[in-house]
Design a protein around this ligand. Structure first.
Ligand code: ZN
Length: 252
């Protein structure tokens, strides 16, 4: 099972939504934690490409860039062939002493609409702020930021999925309608980055049990799960409900 094609913006006519013959509606799929890849690391290499000073309004971090190369990746959308080689990027914000005890870690997937524009369609920005606040308060920790917009489907596909959600689908149904998997993410890259940082046990900020499971399977021990629950907004209640009911997220 692979990540998304590196070029999710190139869509084919086959992807055009046909609401009368919705695959998603005919076959509602409950997403299990098994959605995530539990096989071997697909990267032929993971390389640290940069390590720089990074002052922020939250505090003083180092900012590290990592690139993972995937040979012959599997497509996330059967209608869109994957390239023969894909380079996946991840950023690590590192604060303080991350080695004397398992550090607080958040694995955040890029959400342009939430992280940059403060969208209220999702809770990503609030979770990002919660993670940065928690790390800063502790004086140590790692924020891993993965360039996987829209659970890996890409920005343009995510906007198309929003359009379908405006017509009544939930976030998973919309992804399936567009021909994508419900969740194209895997967590081998963050696991590999942690190993390169010489971190083998973490206190993970997440509501997603699949992330805990995936990290453990990738060889990183999760000594504690710290809740990433943030207050819901009327505009993202349905999104949070879907994550809870169909993706097993632990929020009340
Ligand atoms: Zn978001």
């Amino acid at each position: 099972m692979g990540r998304c094609a590196a070029h999710p913006y190139f869509t084919s006519p086959a992807q055009k939504p046909d609401l009368h013959r919705s695959r998603a509606r005919e076959n509602p799929i409950k997403v299990s934690t098994k959605t995530y890849n539990q096989k071997t690391m697909p990267f032929s290499s993971v390389t640290k490409v940069a390590d720089a000073d990074f002052p922020t309004r939250w505090g003083q971090f180092r900012i590290l860039g990592f690139e993972g190369i995937v040979e012959n990746p599997q497509p996330c959308n059967d209608d869109i062939p994957a390239p023969s080689k894909r380079i996946e990027g991840a950023v690590a914000l590192v604060m303080g002493d991350i080695h004397s005890a398992p550090p607080i870690v958040r694995i955040h997937s890029q959400c342009l609409t939430g992280d940059v524009f403060h969208s209220l369609r999702c809770d990503c920005r609030q979770q990002l702020e919660l993670a940065l606040a928690t790390i800063t308060e502790a004086g140590a920790g790692i924020l891993l930021y993965e360039q996987q917009e829209g659970r890996g489907i890409g920005l343009m596909a995510k906007l198309k999925a929003y359009e379908l959600q405006d017509q009544g689908m939930d976030t998973i149904e919309a992804n399936l309608e567009l021909g994508y998997k419900a969740d194209c993410r895997e967590f081998e890259l963050p696991a590999e980055v942690l190993k390169q940082l010489n971190v083998h046990a973490v206190r993970l900020i997440t509501n997603n049990p699949a992330k805990v499971e995936a990290l453990e399977l990738a060889g990183i021990r999760v000594t504690e799960r710290i809740s990433a629950e943030v207050p819901s907004e009327p505009t993202n209640e349905r999104y949070l409900q879907t994550k809870r009911e169909k993706m097993g997220h632990l929020v009340s």
